[in-house]
Design a protein around this ligand. Structure first.
Ligand SMILES: [Zn+2]
Length: 568
């Protein structure tokens, strides 16, 4: 009724309201035109993202699920069995930006979790914004969506409802909360890594709302650390997982503090890698729904809830570990509680979209042994190996001065996810331009054994036929932000440290294949086996909400899985 309030003649208001009520056009209490049919519209859409969650977890782990969580969504909703990410890098920042915008990095500009910014001369994080401060004061991290170059579906809802519909992003990771909620979000909340409490930034507000402060006060992280993480299920449930422990023993026990805690995982860090994180996140989400009164009126609200602990546990133990199974079983119980909670508060007027920002491959030596081709290069590719390949290739191609001096500057200015930046000044000392160097690096004859493809932006965007890997490189390229060469590693190679058991980032199905399940209001139950994309999530949510798809969206609304009122 806000727009009517500007009419000062109360008699005129009463007359108009009565006339509209008689016409049946605008029910009392409706605060935007889209709510004209309150008997049928959705009141809340929850996009539930599991960070690093493989599509096959829903099937492989099904015997370990109860009936009220994942199984309720799968059997009662619309499950897409072939949802893939259409770009590289398959990492968290780009993943959430794509789910929210319906664009790939070539549209939304989030080309990695961080990248080398030429103007700033430094590596920048995708959610970094030096003009914002942490809230509350003293919290670990600030941030905003200032580097996101596209509209989100949440931005669209805010615009369509003139701010009446609320949009929240909640995650342990700031980039997941910030990028999914978007530019006009009501708020984004993430884990304060100093204290284990939830924080936000001055981009959204000057101080935490009372409900958030109360939720923080009610759950001090120290209390959770006293008990170790042990298996939820009977030992037989973990058969077939890749555990070092004997199968008739409890499969694992991870102390979260004290002498038994694994090195480097003490204290808060251990808590973020344990089921404690899951319970805390869902608890905060419930308090947000209550505190912000999400789903209480006929103007729809949107909640992006992103579970990060699945990624941390996946990296540490690997997709075939008993820990990942155990965490999925616990995530299932938390989801069941959350669905019960939504039933009680919102009734049948909510929709849940279950998806992931990326999947993961088993990069343990055993996992790679099963998966990689015989004799193939597999495993970790260190930054120094990359640098040696860049410098060696350029010197080799342009007849550099034999053995370079030990102090010779590297030609590599920065290494990103799926891209690299050359150093023009260093190249100039060798008489080579960046374009010449990029051409040499993209020559297949000069590829390192661990390299699947290296391509210049020009090669990717000039319009010729592209291989599936090249197509994913093209959609991961954003002019002015990506580097001089886009690259992809061979299957089961991964960039970075040597110790990973689960890794992701590649253009291969083990990283691109993610779950997608729609459930609740507006959804047509079924199993859908056609190929769909994570760019289809945002336009589908927009269709359920009855608003336009985000401006830069390239996906499509999955209409085959929707059952919307005929007047839509
Ligand atoms: Zn990850």
């Amino acid at each position: 009724m806000k727009r009517l309030e500007i009419m000062t003649n109360l008699g005129a208001v009463a007359l108009l309201t009565a006339a509209l009520a008689m016409a049946g056009a605008i029910p009392a209490g409706a605060d935007y035109p889209g709510a004209a049919r309150p008997d049928v519209g959705p009141r809340l859409v929850v996009v539930l993202v599991h960070d690093q969650f493989r599509a096959d977890y829903l099937e492989r782990f099904r015997p370990c699920f109860g009936g009220g969580g994942f199984v309720r969504l799968i059997d009662g909703g619309a499950r897409f069995t072939q949802c893939h990410i259409p770009y590289v890098p398959t990492t968290t920042g780009p993943g959430h930006a794509t789910l929210a915008t319906g664009a790939a990095p070539d549209g939304h500009g989030i080309v990695g979790n961080d990248w080398f910014d030429r103007a700033e001369g430094a590596q920048v994080a995708c959610d970094e914004d030096g003009r914002t401060q942490p809230v509350p004061q003293g919290a670990a991290r600030s941030g905003s969506p200032v580097r996101l170059r596209a509209q989100t579906v949440g931005d669209g809802l805010r615009g369509a409802t003139l701010g009446a519909g609320k949009v929240l992003g909640i995650s342990e990771k700031p980039r997941a909360a910030i990028l999914s909620a978007g530019h006009r979000a009501t708020a984004a909340y993430w884990l304060d890594e100093k204290t284990g409490l939830m924080q936000t930034s001055s981009y959204y507000m000057e101080q935490l709302p009372a409900w958030a402060a109360a939720a923080n006060a009610a759950r001090r992280p120290e209390a959770a650390a006293a008990t170790p993480w042990t298996p939820l299920l009977p030992a037989r449930a973990y058969r077939g997982t890749d555990a070092a422990a004997a199968l008739d023993e409890p499969a694992f026990s991870h102390a979260l503090r004290g002498p038994g805690a694994p090195r480097g995982t003490e204290g808060l860090n251990a808590l973020t890698q344990s089921p404690w994180a899951l319970a805390r996140l869902y608890d905060f989400a419930r308090q947000a729904v209550i505190g912000e009164r999400l789903g209480e009126d006929d103007t729809p609200d949107l909640l992006f809830l992103s579970v990060s602990v699945t990624d941390r546990v996946g990296h540490r133990f690997g997709p075939n570990s008993p820990e990942v199974l155990d965490l999925a079983a616990r995530a299932d119980r938390e989801l069941a509680r959350f669905l019960d909670f939504l039933d009680a508060r919102v009734g049948g007027r909510y929709t849940v979209v279950l998806c992931a920002d990326h999947a993961a491959g088993d990069m343990s030596s055993r996992g790679r042994g099963w998966a990689s081709a015989s004799g193939d290069s597999a495993g970790a590719v260190t930054d120094s190996a990359f640098r040696a390949w860049v410098d060696g290739t350029v010197r080799d191609a342009f007849g550099g001065p034999g053995q370079p001096a030990a102090a010779a500057p590297s030609f590599l200015a920065g290494l990103g996810d799926a891209t690299l930046w050359l150093d023009p000044a260093a190249l100039a000392t060798a008489g080579v331009t960046p374009a010449q160097a990029a051409a040499a690096l993209s020559d297949p004859a000069r590829a390192a054994p661990w390299l699947a493809a290296a391509r210049t932006p020009e090669q990717l965007t000039r319009g010729g036929a592209l291989s599936p890997v090249e197509e994913r490189l093209r959609r991961g390229y954003y002019p002015g932000r990506s580097g001089d060469v886009m690259w992809a590693l061979r299957p089961y190679c991964y960039a970075g440290g040597a110790d990973a058991h689960g890794e992701h980032g590649s253009p291969y199905p083990y990283d691109t294949h993610v779950p997608l399940v729609l459930y609740g209001w507006g959804v047509r139950t079924g199993v859908y086996r056609q190929s769909v994309s994570t760019t289809d999530v945002a336009p589908t949510v927009a269709e359920i909400l009855g608003i336009d798809a985000p401006a830069q969206c390239e996906g499509r609304a999955l209409g085959e899985a929707l059952r919307l009122p005929a007047w839509r």
